[in-house]
Design a protein around this ligand. Sequence first.
Ligand code: DAH
Length: 330
Amino acid sequence: MNTQDILSAASLEELEKLRLHYLGKSGVITEKMKAFGSLSIEEKKIQGALLNTQKETIQQAIQQRKQFLELQKMNEELESQWKDITLPTRCSDTGSRHPISKTIELIKDYFTTQGFILKDGPEIEDEFHNFDALNIPAHHPARQSHDTFFLKDSTLLMRTHTSNAQIRTMEKEKPPYRILSVGRVYRSDAPDATHSPVFHQYEGLVIEKGIHMGHLKGCLADFFRYVFNIPNLPIRFRPSFFPFTEPSAEMDIQFNKKTGEIGKGSDWLEMGGCGMVHPNVIKNCGLDPHEHSGFAFGFGVERLAMIRFGIADLRGFFTNDTHFLSHYNS
Ligand code: DAH
């Protein structure tokens, strides 16, 4: 029996026509079945087996072709309904660098050109490296004023300043040092326009032979004059107190309170703390304070970013509002 016509049927409709042609009420096989009754017993034996085989062959061929044509039809339907869900959005917004990241880059770029090596300090710190080694003993008021976040059931804490990087460096490496460490610090402060429980500091430490306060002043004056691109930017150092420096100072730059202009007017804006590294700190790190001396400073990144970009409220840095971020990307 040749089933080629069935196996090459082009559509389900054509296949149905062929099915009726062979197996329908007056189909070829059906007719033969009808004539079967008038055959002799001998012929019935031969014809019966032959007819059954023919019928099965046709049925199998129809089933096989039907499966193929149905699958083909389904694929055609799926193909016509296909949607490209990978189509790119029409939004052309490609993102931007965060003003804090940009400010950190500027700080790192400047100080590395001055020979400072970048160092990281851990954000989860122990009391020794955050306080004791920095000459801030237990019960010292400075310890309370830092409003520390302690880790639950632990003596570890979230570092309150980047000054731990000074200790971590002095413990591990031999002087001279000229290091800069930038990173996040944590204090239990309620957020407002000028405070945040998480903020960033940049910390410098220079320990070299013959370093004195004049180097500290020159180093910081050069930096702020470069940042604001004002060659004669007036700066001043106010006597202050930090347990880890002696003498200690706070550094201000001149600005106009009313207009916010830097280098103009008669007001002063505080940038951060600095001083000559306290001999006890040098001793705590296993070095001889008679042999080694140097200066350190620790300033806020947000403060610098706010001035550079003219941002009045620090909370904008942390809310991830794309309008805010793209505005300061120009
Ligand atoms: N660690 C101080 C703070 O967070 C800032 C500071 C002051 C850092 C003087 C210094 C320094 O390195 O010499 O308030």
